[in-house]
Design a protein around this ligand. Sequence first.
Ligand code: CP
Ligand code: NVA
Length: 321
Amino acid sequence: MKLLEYVNLEVVETVKGKDLLTWFDFTSTEVKKLLELASALKSLAKNDVHPPLLVGKTVGLIFEKHSTRTRISFEVGVNQLGGHAMYMHARDLQIGRGEPVSDTGKVLSGYLDGIMIRANSHKMVEELAHAASIPVINGLTDLFHPCQALADVLTIHEIKGYLPGQKLAYVGDGNNVAHSLIIACAHLGVNVSIASPVGFEIDSSILAKAQKIAALNGSTIETTTNPIEAVENADVIYTDVWTSMGQEDETVARLQAFEGYQINENLVQHAKSDYLFLHCLPAHREEEVASSIIDGSHSAVFQQAENRLHAQKAILASILS
Ligand code: CP
Ligand code: NVA
C-alpha cells in the first residue's frame, strides 16, 4: 500500500480500526510490528520523509489533564502523516458540564476519524470507546499510559540494540506508567523487576496478566520492596514521579513513603556499568531522581521523549490509515 513506496514495511493491518486502551488488547506480534514501524517512520522522518498515511483524516485530541509531550507529539504526528489534529480541553466540551460520555462518543464519531484522550478515569475512556464507532487511543488514564510505553521500549531497543533478556528495574510508584511499561516489556521478552513501597505496589491483577504474557515470551516480572534488589545487575533503570496528576493532596505523605526510593549515585552502583536511565517526564529532580542521574551520561530521557512522536505515528498510521 501507500507506505511501501517509502519503506519495505506495511502498517500493522491487524490493528486497523482498533482502540488502544491498554497493550493487553494487542498481541505480542502486533506490539513487535508497531515497534519496527515506529523505527522505520523515525528513520524516514530524519530524512524529512513523511508518508501521507492520514490524508483527509481528522483526529480529536481531548485532554482532562495537563500535557506537554502527549499533546505536542500527537499534533505533530498527525500533521506529519498528512492528517488534521484538533485539540480540545474537556472543560470546553459539554462533557465538562455533564453531558454523558456515551453521547459525546457517538456525536464525535460523526465528525472525526479517531480520538486520543487523556482522562482522569480509565473507566470513562472505556465508556467512550464503547460508545464511539471510531478508534479511541489512550493518552494516559489513572491506570495506563500505553503510548508512553511504546516510546520507552523503542528507546531501549535503539540504545541496547535488542530487547529480549534485558533487565529493566522500575523503582517507584506502581502507577499508570508502570502498568503500561510492564505489559509492553512482557510482550517483548524484557525481564522486569519492580520496587515499590508497601501500599504503592502495581495493581495485582494487571501484574498477574502481564506475568502470563511475559512467560509466553520467555521473560519474568518480579516485585520487591527493596530498590537495591530491583536494580541489581539492571540494564535499564526507570522511574516516574511519586505524586501523579490528581494526587497532589497526597504529596507530603508520598514524599515520606518513597524515602529511600530515589534513583541516585548510590543506587545505580548496583546496576550494570552501562545502565540506561529512563523517565517518562515531567520529572522532579532531587525527589524520585538525583539531578546527576537524569542529567548524566546514562540518561536518555530526551531521546525517549522524542520517541513519543515516532511511536505514536506507528500507532496512528496502523489504527487509522
Ligand atoms: N510523558 C508524558 O505523557 O508527558 P506529558 O504529560 O507532558 O504529556
Ligand atoms: N504518572 C504520571 C505520568 C505523567 C506523564 C502522572 O500520571 O501524572
